[in-house]
Design a protein. Structure first.
Length: 94
């Protein structure tokens, strides 16, 4: 029996919120309650392995209150990563 290999890509959504109202985006038209990922979950899966990690592909990760902790977590992984952002003003969800 062969050993399972790590997935080539892991996507992490830190939040389902964005403070921008881009005309091409789905978010301004969605009626959702802003929620954020508990970064404690990332600490519990610190042994995660993937060829590549992407943070955010549909919302704005920089509005997460603990984005600095997430960047530290990513920096400690033995893999490449990217954070997809529109680099919005520092408005946080209430």
């Amino acid at each position: 029996m062969s050993e399972l290999k790590p997935p080539p890509l892991i996507e992490v959504e830190l939040t389902n919120f964005c403070n921008l109202k881009c005309v091409m985006c789905h978010f301004p038209y969605a009626s959702v309650t802003p929620q954020s990922l508990d970064v404690g979950l990332l600490r519990r899966i610190s042994d995660i392995q993937a060829e590549y990690v992407v943070v955010a592909s549909g919302f704005e990760p920089l509005v997460h209150r603990e984005v600095d902790t997430v960047v530290d977590w990513l920096s400690g992984l033995a893999t490449d990563y990217e954070i997809i952002t529109c680099f919005p003003p520092s408005t946080r969800p209430t």
